[in-house]
Design a protein around this ligand. Structure first.
Ligand SMILES: [Fe+2]
Ligand SMILES: [Fe+2]
Length: 143
C-alpha cells in the first residue's frame, strides 16, 4: 500500500465506481423502456444526463483531490505516465458529455435525433467504462 493513500480512500473510490456503474445500468434500462414505448422524453433525458454529469464531475474531482491519480511518485515511470493520461481524460470526457447534453437540448423530435443521441451516448459510455476499468485496475494494485 502506498503511504499517500489509505485503504479507505481506495474503497471510497471503488464505491464511487460501482455507484456510477449502477447509474449507467439504470439509465440504459430506462432508455430501453422508452424506446419500446416509442415515446422519447427529451426533457427528462436532458435532466438525467445533467444529473449524471454532476455525479461524474464530483467523482473526477474526488479522484484528483485525493491525489490518487497524482500521488504516485513512488511508482514506476510507466504507471505514473498512465495515471497522468487517465487524469487528462477527465476534462475530455466531461466536454463530450456537455456536447451531448447540448445536442439533446436542441433536438427536434421530428428528426432522428433520438436514435442518434442514444448511439452517441452509448459510445460515450463505452469510453467512460474503459477509463473507469483502467482506474479500477490501478486501484487494485494499490490495495
Ligand atoms: Fe477517472
Ligand atoms: Fe474513476
Amino acid at each position: 500500500m502506498n503511504s499517500d493513500i489509505t485503504e479507505s480512500d481506495v474503497a471510497a473510490l471503488k464505491r464511487e465506481h460501482s455507484s456510477l456503474d449502477d447509474e449507467i445500468a439504470e439509465w440504459r434500462e430506462w432508455w430501453g423502456q422508452l424506446r419500446d414505448l416509442g415515446d422519447p422524453h427529451f426533457g427528462e433525458m436532458g435532466d438525467r444526463l445533467a444529473q449524471f454529469r454532476e455525479h461524474l464531475a464530483a467523482h473526477f474531482a474526488h479522484e484528483e483531490s485525493q491525489g490518487c491519480l497524482s500521488l504516485v511518485m513512488e511508482l514506476p515511470d510507466n504507471l505514473v505516465k498512465r495515471i497522468a493520461e487517465l487524469r487528462d481524460e477527465h476534462p475530455k470526457l466531461l466536454g463530450e458529455l456537455d456536447q451531448l447534453i447540448s445536442q439533446l437540448q436542441q433536438c427536434d423530435p421530428q428528426l432522428d435525433c433520438w436514435g442518434k443521441a442514444r448511439e452517441e451516448f452509448e459510445g460515450f459510455l463505452d469510453q467512460l467504462n474503459t477509463h473507469e476499468e483502467a482506474e479500477d485496475a490501478f486501484l487494485d494494485q494499490l490495495s
